[in-house]
Design a protein around this ligand. Structure first.
Ligand SMILES: [Fe+2]
Length: 361
C-alpha cells in the first residue's frame, strides 16, 4: 500500500534561532501580529521576537488563556482587522499557537463565521503563520491542528493551510518552566509519540520519528526534573516534542486524547496529564505487537515510569460523570484511528481504571 508523509512547515531548530534568523522572519511581511500569553515575557520569547522584528510594525495580543475558547478568535480578529496584518506569530504553548492558527484563517477569510473553521471545505487559505514554541510538548509548531474549546468541549480543526509557514524551535525558552508544566507538557509529547506509533494511521515514516521521540522522553523527562536547568536535557525534550508533532501531523491522536479532554474541560486537569493517564489502558487494550513493543520500552508497563515522575490526579470523579464522558467520547473521531474497539462499556472501563489508579481527591 502506498504511504505518504506531509509536513510542509520550514523548521529551523537550535539555540537562539529567532535572533539568528531575523531576515527569515522579517522577509515574510511588514505588519506582524504576535499572539501569546503571559509567560513569553518571562521566558525571553517575546523579547527575542521584538528584537528580531525591530523596524517592522508589531501588534501584540498577550491575553491568550489556557484552553482558549473559540469566541476569543473573532474577538482578536476584530481588534486587528484594520491593521493590515501580513503575518501571525503564535508564541508560547499550544494555546497561543492554536489560537494563532484560527486567527490566521479568519483574518484571511473575513466572510467566515468562527464555527466554519470546523468545515475544511469552506476555506483553503490562511495568513502566513510563524510558530515559536516555548514549551516542549504540544508539537503544534509542526501540525495542521488547532484545538479550541467550543461549548465547554475541546474541539479540533485541521486544514492543510493551517500548517505554519515557518517554525522557529529553541529549547532555551523551556528552561524556566516549572516542574508541573515540564511534566504535563512532556507527557503530552509522550502521548503524541505513543498514540501516533500505535495508531491505525501510522506509517513507516511516522514510526521512525515516534520511536526516537518516545526514547528521548523516557530517558530525559525524569532527568530534567532532577536538573531543570540542564540545557542538554531540555534540548532532548524539545527535539522529542517536535518529532512527536510531526508524527501526529500524519496519524492524528487516538482515544487517550479524546478521553483526556473530559478531564481537562470538566476538572481543569492539565492536558498532558489528563491524556497520559489513559495510555496504559489504551496500550493494553490495543493488543497489537506495536503496543507491546511500547510497553517493553518501559520495562513492561508505563505505570513504573509514571511512578518515577509522581503522576497523580487530585480530582474526584463520580459515576454519573464517567457515564457522561463515556457517552461524549463514544462519537469522537479519534476512535477510528485507535487499535481495539471502544464501545460505551469499554470507555467506562477505561475511565474507571483511571479513577481507581490515579485519582486522589
Ligand atoms: Fe496533545
Amino acid at each position: 500500500m502506498p504511504v505518504s508523509f506531509l509536513m510542509p512547515t520550514k523548521v529551523v531548530y537550535g539555540k537562539d534561532v529567532v535572533l539568528k534568523n531575523r531576515e527569515l522572519l522579517r522577509n515574510l511581511g511588514e505588519n506582524f501580529l504576535v499572539i501569546t500569553g503571559k509567560s513569553s515575557r518571562k521566558n525571553g520569547g517575546l523579547e527575542d521576537v521584538m528584537d528580531a522584528l525591530e523596524g517592522r510594525h508589531v501588534h501584540i495580543f498577550d491575553q491568550t488563556p489556557e484552553n482558549p475558547p473559540l469566541e476569543l478568535v473573532p474577538q482578536i480578529c476584530s481588534m486587528f482587522s484594520n491593521s493590515e496584518i501580513d503575518v501571525i506569530i503564535g508564541l508560547g504553548g499550544g494555546s497561543p499557537m492554536d489560537t494563532a492558527k484560527a486567527v490566521a484563517v479568519l483574518l484571511m477569510n473575513p466572510q467566515l463565521d468562527a464555527q466554519e473553521l470546523y468545515d475544511p471545505t469552506k476555506y483553503d487559505t490562511a495568513k502566513k503563520l510563524i510558530c515559536i514554541p516555548t514549551t516542549a510538548g504540544t508539537g503544534s509548531e509542526v501540525t495542521q491542528f488547532s484545538v479550541l474549546t467550543v461549548d465547554g468541549k475541546k474541539k479540533g480543526f485541521s486544514n492543510q493551510c493551517t500548517f505554519p509557514t515557518l517554525s522557529l524551535v529553541d529549547y532555551k525558552y523551556t528552561i524556566t518552566m516549572g516542574r508541573e508544566l515540564t511534566v504535563s507538557t512532556g507527557l503530552d509529547a509522550l502521548c503524541h509519540a505513543i498514540e501516533g506509533y500505535i495508531s491505525l494511521n501510522a506509517t513507516p515514516f511516522s514510526d521512525v520519528l515516534a520511536l526516537e521521540s518516545i526514547k528521548n522522553i523516557r530517558d530525559f523527562l525524569p532527568k530534567v526534573l532532577e536538573d531543570p536547568e540542564n540545557e542538554y536535557y531540555r534540548e532532548r525534550l524539545m527535539f522529542a516534542s517536535t518529532l512527536a508533532g510531526m508524527v501526529i501531523a500524519q496519524t492524528s491522536t487516538t482515544v487517550a486524547h479524546a478521553l483526556g479532554y473530559n478531564l481537562t474541560t470538566n476538572k481543569g486537569v492539565k492536558h498532558g496529564l489528563a491524556t497520559a493517564v489513559f495510555l496504559p489502558f489504551e496500550l493494553r487494550h490495543a493488543q497489537t505487537s506495536k503496543a507491546n513493543e511500547v510497553n517493553a520500552l518501559f520495562d513492561g508497563s508505563l505505570y513504573r515510569f509514571y511512578d518515577t515522575i509522581g503522576l497523580r490526579l487530585s480530582v474526584d470523579i463520580s459515576d454519573e460523570e464517567i457515564s457522561k464522558w463515556a457517552q461524549n467520547t463514544s462519537t469522537a473521531s479519534h476512535l477510528k484511528s485507535t487499535p481495539g474497539s471502544y464501545n460505551f462499556d469499554k470507555l467506562v472501563e477505561a475511565l474507571r481504571e483511571v479513577r481507581d489508579v490515579f485519582c486522589e481527591a
